[in-house]
Design a protein around this ligand. Structure first.
Ligand SMILES: [Zn+2]
Length: 383
């Protein structure tokens, strides 16, 4: 690559520092949450919280379970609040966020309430199956969860995302037509292209293919639409369409289904073991919720490198689709460079950081792959 006219730029000290702080923030948040679950179980505070919840819930099982969840989520939010605020002020310090404190705080409140509603649906379902079918609850709960997961994936673009951001149909007719042609070429049944008003809160740019079935849509941040050429936006969209062409959403749901089945099996084994050891009187004693959470946290942590590797594989496939479906790789390369700069991304993270944390290949690798594809294509246009 000695004669390469656009050498891969090195990371600025700012990008390095920002990403290092972000990473440590995530690790600290994880450790505190993990320790909280352990402490709840070891000190038997979970039993005490359950008794408080029963008093608040008038001794009614379902209502008391909700109260227990409310107490648990409130304490863990209080424990993590410092990290959340630090993350917000960090983004402001690095000029990545345009959000005011009040707007941020309101988002935090909304996020907490959304988490509470979703969490309540999940735990009520979970403990209902535990009470009804103590032996086979994990299989039934798994089937219910997968159903819920698919419904949520469908509802998210129309119900969840609008709680935090505004969306409107893309108004640029010329660009719209170009994107529709590109979508048709990919054989998609994309139900619309939306302008995502991200600039109210962030300087970062983003794009995504979201939803399922009738809610399948492409969302493009205004921070992208307003600063990128139509060719660059096409390149970004072509990558998103690559996910569609390779059926990545469906495949991810299948992978998730297998992992969740194993997770429920492990949860069942752990709960039965805890009851055998007289840590809890019965399976449906919801003071064991931190134990269930712990099983899920440990499993997610152990699987993170594998799931990230799978995701990076999918991202490389989507990139290759983008190279093939656009006339030149130049817009892809320039959009990647713009995105890296705008989002203060690390182009060349260390190998282990990429292996463990990154769901996308390093930008330097994605650029190198684009140039390599271009070089091969030039030598042999039939390839
Ligand atoms: Zn992607």
């Amino acid at each position: 690559m000695a004669d390469d006219p656009t050498p891969i730029q090195v990371d600025s000290p700012d990008a390095r520092r920002y990403n290092r702080i972000r990473r440590w923030l995530g690790i600290a948040d994880f450790v505190v949450g993990f320790a909280f679950l352990i402490v709840l179980l070891v000190t038997r505070w979970s039993d005490w919280l359950r008794d408080v919840a029963y008093r608040l819930g008038f001794q009614n099982y379902s209502l008391s379970l909700f109260m227990y969840l409310l107490l648990l989520l409130s304490i863990s939010k209080a424990l993590g609040m410092g990290f959340d605020y630090y993350g917000f002020s960090l983004d402001r310090r690095y000029k990545l966020s345009t959000q005011r404190f009040r707007s941020w705080a309101w988002d935090e409140v909304k996020g907490f309430l959304v988490g509470l509603v979703l969490g309540a649906i999940v735990v009520e379902l979970l403990y209902f199956t535990l009470r009804q079918w103590p032996q086979h609850w994990w299989l039934i709960a798994w089937a219910l969860f997968m159903g819920l997961f698919i419904v949520l994936a469908q509802l998210a673009p129309v119900v969840l995302f609008p709680i935090f951001y505004k969306f409107e149909p893309l108004d640029n007719e010329d660009l719209r037509r170009r994107l529709v042609v590109l979508s048709e070429h990919a054989g998609t049944r994309v139900r619309g292209v939306y302008r995502w008003r991200l600039s109210e809160k962030s300087k970062k740019a983003n794009a995504a293919l979201t939803g399922l079935g009738a809610t399948r849509r492409i969302i493009l941040a205004d921070t992208l639409l307003d600063n990128y050429t139509p060719e660059e936006i096409e390149a970004v969209l072509a990558h998103e369409l690559g996910h569609h062409v390779h059926r990545h959403i469906l495949k991810s749901i299948l992978v998730q289904a297998v992992i969740t089945l194993f997770g429920f099996w492990a949860a069942n084994w752990t709960l039965h073991y805890a009851v055998d050891q007289h840590l809890f009187e019965e399976l449906s004693d919801f003071a064991n919720l931190p134990l269930l959470a712990l099983v899920s946290v440990v499993l997610s942590f152990l699987l993170m490198p594998a799931l990230n590797a799978y995701s990076r594989f999918n991202e490389r496939q989507a990139d290759r689709y983008a190279f093939e479906s656009t006339s030149s790789v130049e817009p892809f390369i320039s959009s990647m460079n713009k995105l890296a700069e705008q989002n203060l991304a690390e182009r060349t993270p260390s190998k282990w950081v990429e292996w463990f944390f990154h769901s996308h290949p390093a930008i330097s690798r994605r650029l190198a792959a684009a140039k390599e594809w271009d070089r091969k294509h030039e030598l042999n246009p039939q390839a």
